[in-house]
Design a protein around this ligand. Sequence first.
Ligand SMILES: *[C@@H]1O[C@H](CO)[C@@H](O)[C@H](O)[C@H]1NC(C)=O
Ligand SMILES: *[C@@H]1O[C@H](CO)[C@@H](O)[C@H](O)[C@H]1NC(C)=O
Length: 499
Amino acid sequence: MASRLAGSLALFFLLASIAVLIAVAVVQVHKRTYESAGQRFGIVLDAGSSRTTLYLYQWPAEKENNTGVVSQNLSCLVEGPGISSLGQDSIQDQKTWSSLKNCVAKAREAIPPSLHSNTTISLGATAGMRLLRSQNETASDEILQSLENYLKGLPFSFRNASIISGEEEGLYGWITANYLKGNFLERNLWNLWVRPHGGETIGSMDLGGASTQIAFNTPLDEGVGAEGFIRVWLYGYGYNVYTHSFLCYGKNEAHKRVLAALVLAKKSPSKTVENPCFPVGYRTNMSAADIFGSPCTEQRPVYAPHEQFLLVGTGDPAGCRAVVHTIFDLQSCHGLANCSFNGVYQPALSGHFLAYAGFYHTANALKLNRSFTLDLFNSTTFAFCSKNWTTLTANYEIKEKYLMAHCFSANYVYTLLVEGYKFTAETWNNILFEKTVDKSDIAWSLGYMLTLSNMIPAEPKLLRLPMDNSVFAGLLFMFSSLAILSLMFLIISLVRVCY
Ligand SMILES: *[C@@H]1O[C@H](CO)[C@@H](O)[C@H](O)[C@H]1NC(C)=O
Ligand SMILES: *[C@@H]1O[C@H](CO)[C@@H](O)[C@H](O)[C@H]1NC(C)=O
């Protein structure tokens, strides 16, 4: 009688355990398929000074607030100049618009139609539009309005179209760099134990066409309330990010300033200007408007806009470095600790730095890879600047307008990093020149989207539901053991009944 009761009990436990096992597995598998089906997309238009780029980002919906789950699905370069040039030439405008529409169509094709209305779209304009706004606010407002009207007419969920500030641009770049590098930890019970102050972060240096940004994390008590510091809370950890954006110190505007300095310094009344940053054998005509027509190079009434100059390369690296030097105001930092240039406060550099966009392109043009010494950078620059135009065109398959500017760029990068930001031969080794991380471009646009969409919560949940894999495995183990034990018990009691 007793063994019969024990047998029924064992049978009951066996069936119950199997039922629970099936239930747990079904829930988990269901969750899994739901997750893999649930992708989300977001589009950001990075409207730079010299060009616009469309980025399409993608991530699993259920994990959208987790660290490092967003990746770049595609990027599309809009042909033509930056949006700040819209409204100046109707033929060029048409080309720009049709290329923009092509990029949007590409993104549209990459997103399943059912998710279009769930996909956010934003446009952020940077230094080119900051400069235009300073010259003519009506014109910049009109451009943004026409773009906003266009974006609102698309089947996506429109978020924003605006000019972002230089400090925001720097901060978003820093967020992107650290997000892609996987440096943001989530403050959970385990991380609080091993990393009470969060993980190590990397500094960010961006070089665009019209502005350049530096941003890095500093100790929490540094520069409290001072200009240039932004406090952010990400996944439960606090960061104190120093950031500064130098307007007119992007690669193209800095180049114009160097050309302007050369033209203004020429002594003879002739229209020929020797340029030590251009290679020997290279000569080109430029109008006064090309050089002085930007807010970054004060318009000198001495030159009529159509006046032409003949620039003749002398391929002199030391001379190039000397003229690049003149566009930096190092005097106003003289004697001050913690100062970069133009009298701007900058705390002591620390940790590693990611140098992307124009920094990467300059290193890449010199055929230098990722990380190299300052000595090597200098010797490569000098060798490059000393090559004549015939040798350069034979050895580099780069468009003329880029190739002729690389000697300038290399000297500019040196002067900005070493004389400006104060990198030394030693700290230079902490700089990584990179363009992408795991096929996602390092660009402020990703940090901008993450921030606009609240995808980086200030405070994470310490405990997360539904269950993660370790909990699932634990339950599986517990109920499987119970089932096996019940089965053994059942067999034993059946054996007893039979004999
Ligand atoms: C992510 O965080 C935001 C803001 O805290 C919240 O509204 C949203 O529901 C979260 N999404 C997921 C999938 O947890
Ligand atoms: C500013 O832009 C508007 C619109 O494009 C134009 O009509 C106006 O003439 C411009 N003003 C100046 C001072 O250039």
